[in-house]
Design a protein around this ligand. Structure first.
Ligand code: C5P
Length: 297
């Protein structure tokens, strides 16, 4: 069975408050994009992971793909194991939900492969124990996400948007960026997600670009000044707006047409090797071959 684990991008990220345990309560508009990792699953005696691709990720039990398999096996008392092959393309420490997308694909894929009778709600609560972005990646498409990533509202959207993604520098740790945010003298609360949702649903790329924003941008830029340079460069090459996604360090540019995105992609790829041309997608995990074809969700 082969699956695509789609990356996610943030149109918005605002911070509502901080919980006693240090976690931040967020309000975000997220979209899946076509670009992603490829995951192959086969039944086996043990759970094993093999990696390919240029991105460096852990190959042991700390990898979220393995965590997802182990959690599912324990939750449903499964005797079998699985061999997981991960072709890693999504940049790491980028705010693109790469590890979470892999975990979501493994949860959905192994549910099929092991023939489990797991409801969407059961998988969602398991997902939340693996990582903050895993519940979104299970559902994918366009969602308003709040709480610590556990509250999701799916948004019907008939439009897709052209995006260029660039990681112009080393990755960032989510925890380090949230801590830097807490140390800001005047932490920005962030953008108006209501407005962004309205514009997204209407297919109004210019309106969406005006509503975009990320409260963590200001916290991350002192650690990786390349983020600000890259956002300016994407806008110079025609993005309606460019900003950091999630806790960085990748930057997304929104374009009003595929041609405009292609032109900026060509220019940015000469400067930064980790440049990706993609579009928003209506799913977080899709199946490319196996028992059934087509999209899982
Ligand atoms: O859930 P995830 O493993 O991605 O979170 C990594 C770290 O980022 C957490 O340990 C926490 O310090 C920070 N974080 C946060 N508020 C969130 C999500 C993550 O403070 N909503």
């Amino acid at each position: 069975m082969q699956l695509i684990a789609h990356a996610k991008i943030n149109w918005t990220l605002s911070i509502q408050s901080r919980r006693a345990d240090g976690y931040h309560l967020l309000d975000m508009l997220l979209s899946s994009v076509q670009f992603g990792d490829t995951i192959s699953l086969e039944e086996a005696d043990e759970i094993t992971l093999s990696l390919s691709g240029r991105q460096t990720v852990p190959g042991d039990a700390s990898n979220l793909a393995v965590k997802a398999a182990v959690s599912l096996k324990e939750a449903y008392g499964v005797k079998a194991g699985a061999s997981i092959r991960l072709a890693k393309r999504i940049p790491v420490g980028a705010g693109l939900g790469g590890g979470s997308a892999d975990a979501a694909a493994v949860l959905l894929g192994l549910t099929r492969l092991w023939g489990l009778d797991a409801s969407g709600e059961e998988l969602a609560s398991l997902a939340a124990t693996i990582g903050s972005d895993v519940p979104f990646c299970l559902v994918g498409g366009q969602c308003r996400v709040s709480g610590v990533g556990d509250r999701l509202r799916q948004i019907d959207c008939a439009y897709s948007y052209d995006v260029v993604i660039v990681q112009p520098c080393r990755g960032l740790s989510t925890q380090a960026v949230f801590s830097a945010y807490d140390r800001l003298d005047a932490p920005p609360k962030g953008p108006d997600t209501d407005k962004a949702v309205d514009m997204l649903v209407k297919g109004d790329a210019l309106g969406l670009s005006r509503a975009m924003g990320n409260a963590l941008h200001a916290a991350a830029v002192p650690m990786r000044p390349e983020i600000a340079v890259c956002a300016q460069t994407l806008e110079h090459f025609g993005a309606l707006r460019a900003q950091m996604t999630g806790s960085g360090s990748a930057v997304i540019g929104l374009f009003e047409s595929t041609n405009a995105a292609k032109a900026a992609y060509g220019a940015c790829a000469k400067i930064w090797p980790k440049t990706i041309l993609t579009r928003t997608a209506p799913y977080g995990v899709s199946m490319v071959s196996g028992k059934r074809s087509g999209h899982i969700i």
